[in-house]
Design a protein around this ligand. Structure first.
Ligand SMILES: NC(=O)c1ccc[n+]([C@@H]2O[C@H](COP(=O)([O-])OP(=O)(O)OC[C@H]3O[C@@H](n4cnc5c(N)ncnc54)[C@H](O)[C@@H]3O)[C@@H](O)[C@H]2O)c1
Length: 250
């Protein structure tokens, strides 16, 4: 496993109650960082904090709620005195054809997967600017800028938007020594993709196009996120990097 020393730094990981977010929180904790574990679900967030060994705190908030995000950021700053890194990982994936999708489902995809990154970047950006720097990583998807996925219009639109926002944020925040990048996973074995993976015929077809011939696991995402937050990535900003076993090669 990739190792990096992030001791003395404070990271917020959103949606860290399970799946990819939990693995990322663990990776930061193993790297010595203080981890602010966010989720809308208190039970799972508390479980994640329970497996971390360094300093950590649980911050229950719906990241699609602007005021809740600002309140959470204020609390993290009060608790730990700084915010060095934000990982925008919380996500939802409503499934429906465009003809049948409700306003509520469309809006939840846009608000949780895209607007939340704006809320956290604005709130954390102000703190990082004062501190003299920071790093933001947005967990997008290969569905964002390469591959459309059936019945996921809100999801695909939100993730494409997130890649666009990443670039704009990187451009503006470079003046404050804040780097902003996106990580774009392929299909990773989490609860979000349980439904997809049940369709064995569809999965077999999907696997055919993956040179590494396997789906990803949450731990496959962690190394890149840590690297992007480390000083080794100091000249790297505004990028969207696929972690997908080679599924997309452009
Ligand atoms: N699993 C994949 O194949 C895959 C592929 C590409 C991108 N991604 C992205 O990676 C991220 C994590 O995905 P995952 O597979 O671990 O999903 P998951 O569904 O297993 O976990 C998502 C977590 O986000 C939390 N969450 C949802 N809405 C929230 C909100 N409003 N506020 C705070 N927390 C909220 C959930 O409670 C949950 O703990 C998502 O952004 C997802 O779109 C996943």
């Amino acid at each position: 496993m990739f190792s990096v020393n992030l001791s003395g730094r404070v990271v917020l990981v959103t949606g860290a109650g399970r799946g990819i977010g939990r693995a990322i929180a663990q990776g930061f904790s193993d790297s010595g960082a203080t981890v602010a574990v966010n989720d809308v679900d208190r039970t799972t967030a508390t479980m994640t904090a329970g497996i971390l060994h360094g300093d950590s705190g649980v911050y229950v908030a719906d990241v699609s709620d602007s005021a809740a995000v600002q309140g959470m950021m204020n609390k993290i700053l009060a608790d730990f005195g700084r915010v060095d890194m934000v990982i925008n990982n919380a996500g939802v994936e409503p499934r429906a054809s465009i003809l049948d999708m409700s306003d509520e489902d469309w809006n939840s995809a846009i608000n949780v997967n895209l607007s939340a990154a704006f809320y956290t970047s604005r709130a954390a950006g102000r703190i990082m600017k004062e501190q003299g720097g920071g790093a933001i990583v947005n967990i997008a998807s290969i569905a964002g800028h390469n591959i459309p996925i059936a019945l996921r219009s809100g999801y695909v639109a939100s993730k494409a938007g997130l890649v666009g926002f990443t670039r704009e944020c990187a451009r503006e925040f470079a003046a404050y020594n804040i780097r902003v990048n996106a990580v774009c996973p392929g299909v990773i074995e989490t609860e979000m993709t349980a439904y997809l993976r049940e369709n064995t015929a569809q999965m077999a077809k999907w696997l055919e196009d993956i040179p590494q011939k396997r789906l990803g696991i949450p731990e496959d995402i962690v190394g890149l996120v840590l690297f992007l937050c480390s000083d080794a990535a100091r000249y790297l900003t505004g990028q969207a990097i696929n972690v997908d076993g080679g599924k997309v090669m452009l």
